[in-house]
Design a protein around this ligand. Structure first.
Ligand SMILES: NC(=O)c1ccc[n+]([C@@H]2O[C@H](COP(=O)([O-])OP(=O)(O)OC[C@H]3O[C@@H](n4cnc5c(N)ncnc54)[C@H](OP(=O)(O)O)[C@@H]3O)[C@@H](O)[C@H]2O)c1
Length: 310
């Protein structure tokens, strides 16, 4: 397949690109990074520049592509959520999505499938009960963001494109994202749950995240929202205990809710709230998680090659 990926230079995108190339697919990376060359020594890999907003010569890649994956968006956890930061977080997702959909509209041969990132934040905080793809959206900031993002992506359905919305939990990768941020206190013997510790923490091993994206690309029966989270639900406390055991560090130093609120403001919602997410659609379609168990996932990420993930 010829697959165009926006946001391919990020945590998930790099591994996805590598995996697709290893499987013999050709990949076009859309990036804002002008320093990346448009040519590559790898014959199946190409780069093109875009601004993530408007039109451009990159449109030609969407024409006759088999699939488009959109992972573009500024990091939710990088800065406090001021009004202008919130606008930037939304527009860095909705604008790239809308411009890809516009490119599809203009294409003479449309892609068969559009896989667009979203997040379990769609559901907002849910304290009790399973959360499947049938659950309604919440009403906090991340819910609003995900609803707008998904609406923009669903525009591609008007041209007969199969649209998949990846409602992903925290992708476990020591090289970046939430897990990397949690590592330092653990390594300094000061790790522990954030907030009460009772909140659910939907997680997925990086390999399963990428395998599930590939599964969604290839499996024509997959469309609409898809929960990307391990079938094993854990709380923040369970997660920290498992992480402490893997790293051979204590895990009991809880950071109280009021401290996180004072430090992070509304952004603390990312870690203080959660949902018991069930990957109903993936399981129904026969997807097999390689790491359904948290202990195994962490062992794999940190103990492989005896590196403790460094
Ligand atoms: N990692 C997780 O745990 C997780 C969980 C749930 C959902 N997600 C979502 O999945 C997507 C990919 O996650 P990730 O962790 O791989 O993200 P990441 O490492 O932050 O990478 C995102 C990519 O988006 C591009 N980008 C950033 N700001 C942009 C803007 N204003 N306009 C256009 N492109 C922009 C960048 O590519 P260039 O600089 O090359 O343009 C960047 O490499 C994100 O949208 C994220 O919200 C991630």
């Amino acid at each position: 397949m010829k697959i165009v990926i926006a946001g391919a230079t990020g945590l998930i995108g790099k591994l996805l690109t590598k995996t697709l190339l290893n499987s013999g697919h050709s990949v076009v990376v859309l990036t804002r990074n002008a320093e990346l060359p448009t040519t590559s020594s790898q014959p199946l890999l190409h780069f093109d520049h875009w601004d993530g907003k408007g039109e451009g010569s990159w449109h030609c890649h969407i024409d006759h592509a088999d699939a488009v994956v959109n992972l573009a968006g500024e990091s939710l956890g990088a800065n406090r959520w001021t009004k202008s930061r919130k606008r930037a977080l939304i527009s860095s997702r909705v604008d790239p999505t809308a411009s890809i959909v516009n490119a599809m509209k203009a294409a003479t041969a449309k892609p068969r499938v559009f896989v667009n990132a979203s997040a379990v934040g769609y559901y907002g905080p849910v304290e009790e009960g399973d959360v499947t793809e049938d659950n309604q959206a919440g009403d906090d900031f991340t819910s609003t963001l995900c609803v707008e993002w998904e609406q923009a992506a669903l525009g591609a359905m008007a041209f007969g494109v199969r649209v998949v919305l990846l409602r992903s939990g925290i992708v476990l990768d020591p090289r970046g994202g939430a897990l990397q941020k949690m590592l330092l206190p653990f390594r300094l013997f000061a790790g522990g749950p954030l907030g009460s510790g009772d909140q659910w923490l939907p997680w997925i091993h990086r390999e399963d995240e990428v395998r599930a994206i590939c599964f969604s690309l290839e499996n024509e029966r997959v469309s609409g929202p898809v929960n990307l989270a391990s079938p094993e639900s854990v709380t923040m406390r369970d997660f920290c205990v498992a992480l402490g055991k893997t790293l051979r560090r204590p895990s009991g130093l809880r950071v109280p809710t009021f401290v996180l609120r004072a430090l992070l403001g509304e952004m603390a919602d990312i870690v203080l709230t959660g949902q018991r997410v069930v990957p109903k659609k993936l399981l129904q379609e026969g997807f097999k998680f390689r790491f359904p168990d948290l202990k195994d996932a962490l062992e794999n990420l940190f103990r492989k090659n005896g590196t403790l993930g460094r």
